[in-house]
Design a protein around this ligand. Structure first.
Ligand SMILES: *[C@@H]1O[C@H](CO)[C@@H](O)[C@H](O)[C@H]1NC(C)=O
Ligand SMILES: *[C@@H]1O[C@H](CO)[C@@H](O)[C@H](O)[C@H]1NC(C)=O
Ligand SMILES: [Ca+2]
Length: 228
């Protein structure tokens, strides 16, 4: 067919509006390990962040390390980073420091989507990590710090410089969906709501209205099974 990539362009009687697409029924597929594939996100926040929450869902069979969510500034390539070291270990970075969450073995066998929410607040330094709706014991780092503006934000790689420095052995191979970011720490009720596909307000990143740019081999498709 000659169907145009409709998401960029929505006609109204009076004007052309450029609306970011609603990806509710879509996933990003990263079909191959690479040091080029990534989804670059437009997360414009005007002031340095003293609180933040990031939520996303991932689906992968990888056993090796990979970057899921990477925000790099001139000051630190790991200004905000969600990095999975191995199936039972997540590392979260703020301002170049990190905490490690060793998570329990999964009770069920077989592949499944994994939902995470990670938050950090400057006032206490506390990091919250919610895995499939369960909070882990909190840890802390970078008390008093602020996450800088004007950096480069992307999915599926770990930046070692602003916008680059990818390592194929730390690339994500699999499927991602439901990526959200707020400049606050979500309440437990809000985390549950997000996990169940509900909507909140005041997003920095909103999967239902996402400004993104694909780099390299990334495919956008519906999931093969319902996610919620
Ligand atoms: C990024 O987001 C900001 C605020 O939502 C918007 O003003 C800007 O046009 C966006 N940039 C791109 C390249 O989409
Ligand atoms: C990635 O890992 C493979 C297998 O361990 C290794 O042979 C290769 O040199 C690594 N590549 C890089 C860029 O580190
Ligand atoms: Ca890095």
């Amino acid at each position: 067919s000659n169907q145009k990539p409709g998401w960029l362009l929505k006609k109204t009687p009076y004007s052309l509006l450029f609306l970011p697409p609603d990806l509710q029924t879509k996933v990003f597929i990263f079909p191959a390990s690479s040091n080029t594939a990534a989804v670059v996100l437009n997360a414009s926040f005007q002031d340095p962040l003293t609180s933040v929450t990031v939520c996303l869902r991932s689906y992968t069979l990888l056993n090796r390390a990979y970057g899921l969510f990477s925000y790099a500034t001139q000051k630190s390539d790991n200004e905000l980073l969600i990095f999975k070291v191995k199936p039972n270990q997540y590392n979260f970075y703020v301002g170049g420091s990190s905490v490690t969450f060793s998570v329990p073995e999964r009770m069920t066998s077989g592949p499944q989507w994994e939902h995470i929410c990670m938050s950090w607040e400057s006032a206490t330094g506390l990091v919250e990590f919610w895995l499939d709706g369960q909070p882990l014991p909190r840890m802390g780092m970078k008390k008093g710090y602020s996450i800088g503006t004007g950096g480069s934000l992307l999915l599926a790689q770990d930046q070692d410089s602003v916008g680059g420095g990818f390592d194929i052995n730390q690339s994500f191979l699999g499927e991602l969906t439901g990526v959200y970011m707020w400049d606050r720490v979500l309440t437990p009720d809000e985390v549950r709501l997000v996990r169940n596909g509900g909507t909140l307000s005041n997003y920095i990143l909103n999967w239902r209205s996402l400004s993104y740019q694909i780099k390299g081999y990334v495919v956008v498709k519906p999931p093969l099974m319902p996610i919620y």
